[in-house]
Design a protein. Structure first.
Length: 267
């Protein structure tokens, strides 16, 4: 008889006539099985190269053109993890809040290898919500030779992200209704190769972001991106303000929205 792990069956069963004298409690077998799985897990955790026990909840994996950041225009494989701790008014990935499947890290890495694109972005939702498993995925992709971008909403600490990865830190403006959630200590954990993004909804957001850049000396900490919120602020208007103020930031337009349309998924 074959037992399915995780299911309990009342009563007892008898193994064939050859071992007729042995009676096994189904409940006892389940306990033995669980103990076996527990010790296997301990062994796996003791070996950092064994990712079979580690999983993350994945919303989607797709390959497209990188539509934002200083990597704009390059082919990129996106690993979008499920779950988010914010509800920004302009969010374009609400489907990632709950939808997803648990995937072993080694399956994700194998898929990315099969695609064959060197640039990989870990995004969400909010990828850091999945803690050490997300960090392990980032580290493994880097060890495999991929260039890794990590886009995060700035509410969770980034200090434990592998230093080889490029962090794209999204600083929420008041127009998002989420600016009070930001962990501003993250600025101290950034490298010059990292990027800080402000999504600008209106003139008030622009002035707020400009003040943040000056107050925290962000020009010396990372590359700066000012992005117009799609459908809320015309890119032409934001470009005008940046030029008028001689502000040393990069205008960051979501080119994938213009190429594929604002509602297309998997691009």
């Amino acid at each position: 008889m074959l037992l399915s792990p995780g299911f309990l069956i009342d009563g007892e069963f008898r193994i064939t006539k050859e071992v007729d004298s042995f009676h096994f409690s189904v409940l006892s077998l389940c306990y033995v099985y669980r103990l076996w799985r527990f010790f296997l897990g301990l062994q796996a955790r003791a070996n950092p190269k064994n990712m079979g026990w580690q999983r993350v909840k994945v919303c989607e994996i797709f390959t497209s053109i990188q539509g934002e950041s200083t990597y704009m225009g390059l082919p990129c494989t996106f690993v979008r993890l499920a779950g988010c701790n914010l509800r920004c008014v302009y969010c374009d990935t609400q489907y990632s809040f709950d939808n997803g499947i648990e995937m072993p890290l080694d399956d994700i890495v194998s898929h990315v290898k099969l695609v064959g694109v060197n640039l990989v972005e870990i995004t969400g939702g909010e990828p850091l919500l999945q803690g050490s498993d997300t960090l392990a995925l980032i580290r493994t992709l880097l060890d495999e030779g991929f260039e890794v971008l990590v886009e995060t909403n700035g509410t969770l600490c980034v200090k434990d992200i592998d230093r080889r990865a490029v962090i794209i830190l999204d600083v929420k403006t008041p127009g998002s209704w989420m600016s009070n959630k930001a962990d501003l200590s993250n600025f101290d954990h950034l490298k010059r190769t990292d990027e800080i993004k402000f999504v600008i909804c209106d003139r008030s957001d622009y002035d707020w972001a400009k003040d943040m850049v000056a107050r925290f000396g962000l020009r010396e900490k990372a590359k700066l991106l000012f992005s117009p919120a799609l459908g809320m602020l015309p890119p032409r208007q934001l470009a005008k303000w940046i030029v008028e103020d001689r502000l040393e930031v990069r205008l960051n337009v979501q080119i994938h929205k213009y190429i594929f349309g604002p509602d297309e998924r998997g691009v």
